[in-house]
Write a protein that binds this ligand. Structure first.
Ligand SMILES: [Zn+2]
Ligand SMILES: [Zn+2]
Length: 353
Protein backbone atom coordinates (compact mmCIF):
# COMPACT_ATOMS: atom_id res chain seq x y z
CA UNK A 1 0.00 0.00 0.00
CA UNK A 2 1.23 3.48 -0.87
CA UNK A 3 0.52 6.42 1.38
CA UNK A 4 -1.08 9.64 0.15
CA UNK A 5 0.20 12.74 1.88
CA UNK A 6 -2.45 15.38 2.57
CA UNK A 7 0.39 17.86 3.09
CA UNK A 8 1.59 17.38 -0.49
CA UNK A 9 0.64 20.57 -2.35
CA UNK A 10 -1.24 18.78 -5.17
CA UNK A 11 -3.14 16.53 -2.79
CA UNK A 12 -3.96 19.54 -0.59
CA UNK A 13 -5.28 21.40 -3.62
CA UNK A 14 -7.38 18.38 -4.66
CA UNK A 15 -8.72 18.23 -1.09
CA UNK A 16 -9.67 21.93 -1.11
CA UNK A 17 -11.47 21.66 -4.43
CA UNK A 18 -13.30 18.49 -3.37
CA UNK A 19 -14.43 20.14 -0.15
CA UNK A 20 -15.67 23.24 -1.96
CA UNK A 21 -17.75 21.50 -4.59
CA UNK A 22 -19.13 18.59 -2.60
CA UNK A 23 -20.07 21.11 0.09
CA UNK A 24 -21.93 23.16 -2.54
CA UNK A 25 -23.73 20.09 -3.75
CA UNK A 26 -24.91 18.79 -0.39
CA UNK A 27 -25.83 22.20 1.00
CA UNK A 28 -27.88 22.99 -2.08
CA UNK A 29 -29.72 19.68 -1.75
CA UNK A 30 -30.44 20.34 1.91
CA UNK A 31 -31.26 24.05 1.91
CA UNK A 32 -31.43 25.26 -1.69
CA UNK A 33 -28.64 27.76 -0.98
CA UNK A 34 -25.82 28.31 -3.46
CA UNK A 35 -22.28 29.54 -2.87
CA UNK A 36 -22.73 32.73 -4.89
CA UNK A 37 -19.75 31.98 -7.15
CA UNK A 38 -21.08 32.48 -10.69
CA UNK A 39 -18.38 30.13 -12.02
CA UNK A 40 -19.49 27.26 -9.76
CA UNK A 41 -20.63 24.47 -12.09
CA UNK A 42 -22.11 22.54 -9.18
CA UNK A 43 -24.42 25.30 -7.94
CA UNK A 44 -25.39 26.10 -11.54
CA UNK A 45 -26.92 22.63 -11.94
CA UNK A 46 -30.56 22.28 -10.95
CA UNK A 47 -31.19 20.01 -7.97
CA UNK A 48 -34.18 19.19 -5.83
CA UNK A 49 -34.23 20.07 -2.16
CA UNK A 50 -34.59 16.89 -0.16
CA UNK A 51 -37.80 16.98 1.83
CA UNK A 52 -38.69 14.97 4.88
CA UNK A 53 -35.23 14.85 6.40
CA UNK A 54 -35.26 13.66 10.01
CA UNK A 55 -34.78 16.77 12.14
CA UNK A 56 -31.71 15.35 13.85
CA UNK A 57 -29.94 14.71 10.54
CA UNK A 58 -30.96 18.09 9.14
CA UNK A 59 -29.57 19.85 12.22
CA UNK A 60 -26.26 18.02 11.98
CA UNK A 61 -25.70 18.41 8.26
CA UNK A 62 -26.73 22.04 7.95
CA UNK A 63 -24.00 22.92 10.47
CA UNK A 64 -21.06 24.17 8.43
CA UNK A 65 -18.31 22.58 10.51
CA UNK A 66 -20.00 19.21 10.63
CA UNK A 67 -20.66 19.11 6.92
CA UNK A 68 -17.04 20.12 6.24
CA UNK A 69 -15.84 17.32 8.49
CA UNK A 70 -18.08 14.85 6.70
CA UNK A 71 -16.53 15.82 3.37
CA UNK A 72 -12.96 16.68 4.26
CA UNK A 73 -12.29 15.12 7.67
CA UNK A 74 -9.65 12.54 8.56
CA UNK A 75 -10.63 8.86 8.52
CA UNK A 76 -10.84 8.96 12.31
CA UNK A 77 -13.17 11.98 12.20
CA UNK A 78 -15.30 10.28 9.56
CA UNK A 79 -15.72 7.16 11.61
CA UNK A 80 -16.71 9.14 14.71
CA UNK A 81 -19.03 11.50 12.88
CA UNK A 82 -20.78 8.66 11.08
CA UNK A 83 -21.48 6.95 14.37
CA UNK A 84 -22.60 10.19 16.00
CA UNK A 85 -25.08 10.84 13.19
CA UNK A 86 -26.56 7.36 13.48
CA UNK A 87 -27.09 7.89 17.19
CA UNK A 88 -28.64 11.31 16.53
CA UNK A 89 -31.15 9.68 14.18
CA UNK A 90 -31.73 6.50 16.19
CA UNK A 91 -30.83 6.92 19.87
CA UNK A 92 -30.74 3.15 20.41
CA UNK A 93 -28.75 2.50 17.23
CA UNK A 94 -26.92 -0.80 17.45
CA UNK A 95 -24.16 -1.98 15.10
CA UNK A 96 -25.05 -5.65 15.43
CA UNK A 97 -28.66 -4.97 14.49
CA UNK A 98 -27.54 -2.69 11.66
CA UNK A 99 -25.29 -5.43 10.27
CA UNK A 100 -28.28 -7.78 10.26
CA UNK A 101 -30.44 -5.15 8.57
CA UNK A 102 -28.01 -4.56 5.65
CA UNK A 103 -28.37 -7.94 3.89
CA UNK A 104 -32.18 -7.93 4.10
CA UNK A 105 -32.80 -4.29 3.27
CA UNK A 106 -33.79 -4.86 -0.36
CA UNK A 107 -35.84 -8.00 0.19
CA UNK A 108 -39.61 -8.17 0.05
CA UNK A 109 -41.06 -7.46 3.48
CA UNK A 110 -43.44 -10.41 3.46
CA UNK A 111 -40.54 -12.82 2.93
CA UNK A 112 -38.80 -11.61 6.09
CA UNK A 113 -39.15 -12.89 9.64
CA UNK A 114 -40.74 -10.66 12.26
CA UNK A 115 -37.31 -9.77 13.63
CA UNK A 116 -36.08 -8.81 10.20
CA UNK A 117 -39.17 -6.75 9.49
CA UNK A 118 -38.53 -4.92 12.74
CA UNK A 119 -34.98 -4.08 11.58
CA UNK A 120 -36.22 -2.77 8.26
CA UNK A 121 -38.83 -0.69 10.07
CA UNK A 122 -36.16 0.67 12.41
CA UNK A 123 -33.28 1.38 9.98
CA UNK A 124 -34.57 1.62 6.43
CA UNK A 125 -35.86 5.17 6.34
CA UNK A 126 -32.63 6.54 7.83
CA UNK A 127 -30.46 4.45 5.54
CA UNK A 128 -32.22 5.51 2.35
CA UNK A 129 -32.20 9.19 3.19
CA UNK A 130 -28.39 8.99 3.40
CA UNK A 131 -28.22 7.45 -0.06
CA UNK A 132 -30.37 10.28 -1.40
CA UNK A 133 -28.25 12.99 0.18
CA UNK A 134 -24.97 11.56 -1.11
CA UNK A 135 -26.14 10.26 -4.49
CA UNK A 136 -22.68 8.91 -5.32
CA UNK A 137 -23.45 6.90 -8.44
CA UNK A 138 -25.52 9.41 -10.33
CA UNK A 139 -23.94 12.66 -9.29
CA UNK A 140 -20.28 11.99 -8.63
CA UNK A 141 -19.74 9.52 -11.48
CA UNK A 142 -21.32 12.11 -13.81
CA UNK A 143 -22.10 9.72 -16.67
CA UNK A 144 -23.98 12.55 -18.46
CA UNK A 145 -20.72 14.45 -18.63
CA UNK A 146 -22.09 17.70 -17.25
CA UNK A 147 -19.46 20.45 -17.15
CA UNK A 148 -18.74 20.46 -13.41
CA UNK A 149 -16.72 18.87 -10.63
CA UNK A 150 -16.89 15.06 -10.56
CA UNK A 151 -14.97 11.81 -10.06
CA UNK A 152 -12.91 12.46 -13.16
CA UNK A 153 -11.89 15.92 -11.97
CA UNK A 154 -10.78 14.50 -8.63
CA UNK A 155 -8.65 11.93 -10.47
CA UNK A 156 -7.04 14.70 -12.56
CA UNK A 157 -6.32 16.70 -9.40
CA UNK A 158 -4.87 13.78 -7.46
CA UNK A 159 -2.83 12.58 -10.45
CA UNK A 160 -2.20 9.15 -8.91
CA UNK A 161 -0.74 7.24 -11.81
CA UNK A 162 -0.70 3.78 -10.24
CA UNK A 163 -3.02 1.94 -7.87
CA UNK A 164 -2.63 3.07 -4.25
CA UNK A 165 -3.12 -0.47 -2.97
CA UNK A 166 -1.00 -2.58 -5.32
CA UNK A 167 1.28 -0.11 -7.19
CA UNK A 168 1.06 -2.61 -10.03
CA UNK A 169 -1.49 -1.21 -12.45
CA UNK A 170 -1.64 2.15 -14.21
CA UNK A 171 -4.52 4.38 -13.07
CA UNK A 172 -3.65 7.34 -15.28
CA UNK A 173 -6.35 9.87 -16.14
CA UNK A 174 -6.77 10.22 -19.90
CA UNK A 175 -8.92 12.20 -22.32
CA UNK A 176 -8.78 11.53 -26.06
CA UNK A 177 -8.29 14.04 -28.88
CA UNK A 178 -11.99 14.90 -28.82
CA UNK A 179 -11.85 15.76 -25.14
CA UNK A 180 -13.76 12.61 -24.27
CA UNK A 181 -12.92 11.02 -20.93
CA UNK A 182 -11.25 7.69 -21.63
CA UNK A 183 -10.08 6.42 -18.29
CA UNK A 184 -9.38 7.27 -14.68
CA UNK A 185 -8.68 5.52 -11.41
CA UNK A 186 -11.48 3.66 -9.65
CA UNK A 187 -12.30 4.84 -6.16
CA UNK A 188 -12.27 2.25 -3.47
CA UNK A 189 -14.39 3.22 -0.50
CA UNK A 190 -12.15 2.33 2.42
CA UNK A 191 -15.26 2.43 4.62
CA UNK A 192 -17.50 0.40 2.27
CA UNK A 193 -20.37 2.26 0.65
CA UNK A 194 -22.95 -0.32 1.59
CA UNK A 195 -22.24 -0.03 5.28
CA UNK A 196 -21.29 3.66 5.37
CA UNK A 197 -23.49 5.36 2.74
CA UNK A 198 -22.94 8.77 4.32
CA UNK A 199 -19.17 8.55 3.77
CA UNK A 200 -19.32 7.79 0.05
CA UNK A 201 -18.19 11.29 -0.97
CA UNK A 202 -15.70 11.89 1.82
CA UNK A 203 -12.28 12.77 0.42
CA UNK A 204 -10.26 10.41 2.64
CA UNK A 205 -12.66 7.60 1.84
CA UNK A 206 -12.08 7.78 -1.91
CA UNK A 207 -8.92 5.77 -2.50
CA UNK A 208 -7.70 5.89 -6.10
CA UNK A 209 -7.16 2.28 -7.06
CA UNK A 210 -7.24 -0.22 -9.91
CA UNK A 211 -10.25 -2.36 -10.86
CA UNK A 212 -8.66 -5.51 -9.46
CA UNK A 213 -8.08 -4.03 -6.01
CA UNK A 214 -11.38 -2.17 -5.95
CA UNK A 215 -13.76 -4.83 -7.12
CA UNK A 216 -12.37 -8.27 -6.63
CA UNK A 217 -9.84 -8.03 -3.85
CA UNK A 218 -10.94 -5.53 -1.26
CA UNK A 219 -14.62 -5.53 -2.11
CA UNK A 220 -16.77 -5.20 1.01
CA UNK A 221 -14.23 -6.73 3.41
CA UNK A 222 -14.43 -4.94 6.69
CA UNK A 223 -11.40 -2.83 7.27
CA UNK A 224 -11.06 -0.88 10.47
CA UNK A 225 -8.60 1.82 11.47
CA UNK A 226 -7.56 -0.32 14.42
CA UNK A 227 -6.72 -3.37 12.34
CA UNK A 228 -5.70 -2.13 8.88
CA UNK A 229 -3.44 0.54 7.44
CA UNK A 230 -5.11 3.46 5.67
CA UNK A 231 -3.37 5.39 2.85
CA UNK A 232 -4.24 8.77 4.40
CA UNK A 233 -3.33 7.73 7.94
CA UNK A 234 -0.30 5.46 7.83
CA UNK A 235 2.41 7.62 6.33
CA UNK A 236 4.91 4.84 6.96
CA UNK A 237 2.78 2.26 5.11
CA UNK A 238 5.51 1.63 2.55
CA UNK A 239 8.36 0.99 4.91
CA UNK A 240 6.37 -1.40 7.10
CA UNK A 241 6.60 -4.28 4.64
CA UNK A 242 9.06 -5.53 2.03
CA UNK A 243 8.71 -7.73 -1.01
CA UNK A 244 11.10 -10.65 -1.06
CA UNK A 245 11.26 -14.10 -2.62
CA UNK A 246 12.10 -17.74 -2.08
CA UNK A 247 13.79 -20.04 -4.56
CA UNK A 248 12.98 -23.74 -4.51
CA UNK A 249 15.92 -25.65 -5.94
CA UNK A 250 14.06 -28.96 -6.27
CA UNK A 251 11.46 -27.51 -8.62
CA UNK A 252 13.55 -24.60 -9.89
CA UNK A 253 10.73 -22.18 -9.09
CA UNK A 254 10.40 -18.84 -7.35
CA UNK A 255 7.78 -17.56 -4.98
CA UNK A 256 7.22 -13.92 -4.12
CA UNK A 257 6.71 -13.28 -0.43
CA UNK A 258 6.10 -10.29 1.80
CA UNK A 259 7.83 -9.57 5.07
CA UNK A 260 6.84 -7.11 7.76
CA UNK A 261 8.39 -6.11 11.04
CA UNK A 262 8.14 -8.57 13.91
CA UNK A 263 4.81 -8.12 15.69
CA UNK A 264 3.46 -5.60 13.16
CA UNK A 265 0.13 -7.38 12.82
CA UNK A 266 -1.54 -4.32 11.30
CA UNK A 267 0.84 -4.29 8.33
CA UNK A 268 0.68 -8.08 7.98
CA UNK A 269 -3.12 -8.09 8.05
CA UNK A 270 -3.33 -5.27 5.51
CA UNK A 271 -1.24 -6.93 2.82
CA UNK A 272 -2.79 -10.33 3.59
CA UNK A 273 -6.34 -9.01 3.13
CA UNK A 274 -5.29 -7.14 0.00
CA UNK A 275 -3.88 -10.40 -1.29
CA UNK A 276 -0.70 -8.57 -2.31
CA UNK A 277 1.43 -11.70 -2.05
CA UNK A 278 -0.82 -13.69 -4.40
CA UNK A 279 -1.14 -10.80 -6.80
CA UNK A 280 2.61 -10.23 -6.93
CA UNK A 281 3.23 -13.87 -7.68
CA UNK A 282 2.26 -12.84 -11.22
CA UNK A 283 5.58 -10.99 -11.46
CA UNK A 284 8.12 -13.80 -11.63
CA UNK A 285 9.38 -12.51 -14.98
CA UNK A 286 10.39 -9.17 -13.47
CA UNK A 287 11.95 -10.94 -10.51
CA UNK A 288 14.03 -13.22 -12.74
CA UNK A 289 15.20 -10.24 -14.83
CA UNK A 290 16.57 -8.60 -11.70
CA UNK A 291 18.26 -11.79 -10.52
CA UNK A 292 19.85 -12.21 -13.95
CA UNK A 293 21.23 -8.69 -13.85
CA UNK A 294 22.72 -9.38 -10.46
CA UNK A 295 24.41 -12.53 -11.72
CA UNK A 296 25.71 -10.93 -14.89
CA UNK A 297 26.94 -7.62 -13.51
CA UNK A 298 27.62 -8.00 -9.78
CA UNK A 299 26.32 -5.39 -7.38
CA UNK A 300 28.11 -2.54 -9.16
CA UNK A 301 25.59 -2.41 -12.01
CA UNK A 302 24.40 1.14 -11.46
CA UNK A 303 27.86 2.48 -10.63
CA UNK A 304 29.17 0.98 -13.88
CA UNK A 305 26.37 2.53 -15.88
CA UNK A 306 27.15 5.88 -14.26
CA UNK A 307 30.74 5.55 -15.40
CA UNK A 308 29.62 4.72 -18.93
CA UNK A 309 27.45 7.84 -19.04
CA UNK A 310 29.96 10.00 -17.18
CA UNK A 311 29.80 12.82 -19.72
CA UNK A 312 26.01 13.05 -19.30
CA UNK A 313 26.48 13.80 -15.59
CA UNK A 314 23.56 11.62 -14.54
CA UNK A 315 22.81 11.15 -10.85
CA UNK A 316 22.44 7.77 -9.16
CA UNK A 317 18.68 8.24 -9.07
CA UNK A 318 18.48 9.06 -12.78
CA UNK A 319 20.53 6.02 -13.77
CA UNK A 320 18.44 3.79 -11.48
CA UNK A 321 15.23 5.01 -13.14
CA UNK A 322 16.69 4.43 -16.60
CA UNK A 323 18.03 0.98 -15.76
CA UNK A 324 14.92 -0.44 -14.12
CA UNK A 325 12.06 1.68 -15.51
CA UNK A 326 10.69 2.52 -12.06
CA UNK A 327 10.90 5.35 -9.53
CA UNK A 328 13.74 5.48 -7.01
CA UNK A 329 12.34 7.74 -4.27
CA UNK A 330 9.55 6.45 -2.06
CA UNK A 331 7.45 9.60 -2.47
CA UNK A 332 7.46 9.05 -6.23
CA UNK A 333 6.61 5.33 -6.28
CA UNK A 334 3.02 6.14 -7.24
CA UNK A 335 4.21 7.44 -10.61
CA UNK A 336 5.38 4.05 -11.96
CA UNK A 337 4.01 0.53 -11.52
CA UNK A 338 6.16 -1.92 -9.54
CA UNK A 339 8.42 0.77 -8.06
CA UNK A 340 8.09 -0.57 -4.51
CA UNK A 341 8.43 -4.21 -5.57
CA UNK A 342 11.54 -3.62 -7.66
CA UNK A 343 13.23 -1.40 -5.10
CA UNK A 344 12.76 -4.01 -2.38
CA UNK A 345 14.09 -6.85 -4.53
CA UNK A 346 16.96 -4.76 -5.93
CA UNK A 347 17.92 -3.75 -2.41
CA UNK A 348 17.84 -7.37 -1.30
CA UNK A 349 20.06 -8.28 -4.27
CA UNK A 350 22.32 -5.34 -3.32
CA UNK A 351 21.77 -3.86 -6.78
CA UNK A 352 20.32 -0.70 -5.27
CA UNK A 353 21.20 1.27 -2.21
ZN1 LIG B 1 -21.20 26.44 -5.52
ZN1 LIG C 1 -4.48 -2.34 -7.43
Amino acid sequence: MLHIDLQNKWVAKAHREHLKYVYCRIRKKLTGETCGDSACGVCAQPSHIIKGLPHSLDAVLTDRNTLETLIGGSPDDLQNLNELIWFEMIPDFNWDEYNLYLPVRDKELKKLSDDQQYLVYKYDRFYRIQLRIIDYDTWFQNKDNEPRYDAYRLAVNLDRRTCTYCNRIWTTTIKNRHNKKVMRANYDHWFPQTKFPLLALSFCNLIPSCTVCNSSVKNDTNYSLATHMHPYVDMDALSRFQYSYDFFRSTNTYQIKIKSGFGDTKAARTYRDMKLQDIYDAHHAELIDMINIREAYSDKYIERMMLNFKDAGLTYEEVYKMAFGVEYLEDHYFKKPLSKFKKDILTELKLAR
